[in-house]
Design a protein around this ligand. Structure first.
Ligand SMILES: *[C@@H]1O[C@H](CO)[C@@H](O)[C@H](O)[C@H]1NC(C)=O
Ligand SMILES: *[C@@H]1O[C@H](CO)[C@@H](O)[C@H](O)[C@H]1NC(C)=O
Length: 225
C-alpha cells in the first residue's frame, strides 16, 4: 500500500505548492534528455568499436606479379665518361626497354572494400632502379581479384660496362635477373564510410625472366618474394 500512500502524499504536495508540477515536468524532460544522450553515446561507442575491430584487423590486400614480359630491349654503346686507367668499369652503355607488367590484386577482406589510390611497380637491375610504372587508381570490393596490366618503359638508363656485359650474357642464357617492388597506398571502405588515412603495403621480389629472343617469348620464370 506504499503506492497508495505516496500517491496520496503527492496529491497533497501538488495541492500545497502549485509550481511543483512544471518543475517535475522539467525534471522528467531533463532525465529523458540524459537518457537519449546516453543511448546515443552507447550506439556511437558500439559503432566505433565495430569499425575499429574491422579496421585494426583487416586482412592485408595481396599483390602479386603474375607475369613480366620483355617486349623489347636494347643495349647501346654510348660512352658517357671517358675511359681512363683509373676507371675500369665506366658507364658506357644505355638501356632502353619496354616491359609488360601483369599485376594481380586480391582483397581478402569479407566486409571491407579497398581503394588502391596509388599503385606502383618499380623494376631494379643489379639493385639499381631502372624504371617504374603507375597503375590507374581503382576500387576493389571484398573478396575481389583484379588483374591489371601496364607497360613499363625504361628509357636511357645508364649502365656500367660490367652491367651491360652481364645483361647481355643473361639475355643469351635466357635468364634475366631483375628485382621488383610493388608499393600500394590503400584506403579502406566500409559501406559509405571511407578511411581518411592511408596504409602502404610493399612487396619486394627477386625475378627471373626469359629473354624476348626465347622461342616461347619473354615470361616470368621465377619469383621469390
Ligand atoms: C572484381 O571487381 C571488378 C571491378 O568491380 C570486376 O570487373 C571484376 O569482375 C571482379 N572480379 C571478380 C573475380 O569478382
Ligand atoms: C651488349 O650487346 C649489345 C647488342 O647486342 C652490344 O652492342 C654491346 O656492345 C654489348 N655490350 C657489352 C658490354 O657486352
Amino acid at each position: 500500500m506504499a503506492w497508495g500512500h505516496s500517491r496520496l502524499k503527492n496529491d497533497n504536495d501538488i495541492a500545497d505548492s502549485p509550481d511543483l508540477h512544471p518543475r517535475r515536468r522539467r525534471l522528467l524532460l531533463f532525465i529523458s534528455c540524459i537518457g537519449v544522450l546516453f543511448l546515443f553515446l552507447l550506439i556511437l561507442t558500439g559503432f566505433c568499436i565495430m569499425i575499429t575491430v574491422l579496421l585494426m584487423h583487416p586482412h592485408k590486400p595481396r599483390y602479386r606479379l603474375q607475369d613480366v614480359q620483355i617486349t623489347q630491349l636494347l643495349i647501346t654503346n654510348a660512352p658517357l665518361q671517358s675511359i681512363t686507367a683509373d676507371n675500369l668499369d665506366p658507364v658506357d652503355s644505355t638501356l632502353n626497354s619496354d616491359i609488360i607488367v601483369t599485376l594481380g590484386s586480391y582483397n581478402r577482406n569479407h566486409h571491407l572494400d579497398i581503394y588502391n589510390s596509388r599503385l606502383v611497380v618499380i623494376l631494379y637491375y643489379n639493385r639499381k632502379e631502372i624504371g617504374g610504372t603507375y597503375f590507374v587508381p581503382f576500387y576493389q570490393e571484398s573478396q575481389n581479384t583484379t588483374v591489371i596490366q601496364r607497360v613499363l618503359y625504361i628509357r636511357d638508363h645508364p649502365l656500367r660496362h660490367s652491367e651491360a656485359a652481364s645483361l647481355n650474357a643473361s639475355l643469351a642464357n635466357n635468364a634475366v635477373h631483375f628485382q621488383s617492388k610493388i608499393a600500394a597506398r590503400v584506403q579502406f571502405k566500409y559501406g559509405t564510410w571511407k578511411s581518411s588515412w592511408h596504409r602502404w603495403f610493399r612487396v619486394n621480389c627477386e625475378l627471373v625472366l626469359s629473354s624476348f629472343t626465347a622461342p616461347s617469348g619473354s615470361h616470368l620464370l621465377f619469383r621469390k618474394c
